[in-house]
Ligand binder design. Sequence first.
Ligand SMILES: [Zn+2]
Length: 120
Amino acid sequence: MRFPLNVLKKIADHLTKEKDRITVNISSLKSQDPFSDPDRLNDNAASDTDAKEEISHERMEALERELRLHMEEIKIALERIKKGTYGKCMSCKNMIDTDRLAVKPTALYCVSCERKREKR
Ligand SMILES: [Zn+2]
């Protein structure tokens, strides 16, 4: 079974938009990160705020990691749409449940293979 082209196109459009949104999010994260502020290095007097900045820097890094991970998933999904392998489980090669793909369009594994992977 293959997905009809119009469905694949819709998914690709959705994923491309999502990718653009993530790109914007990552760059806005970067502009909010106090560590990317060059003035900060000269600001030795403000030691009280250092701890606070540390936390937000870490949180931003975690957020950015998450966004980049999601970005990778989207890139893989788009690549699979191009190759015509979209929706096929990477492990058992069966078609992934369409309900699952509706919730998670970047899914690479069917539900049962995903569960097996999580157990490892
Ligand atoms: Zn599978």
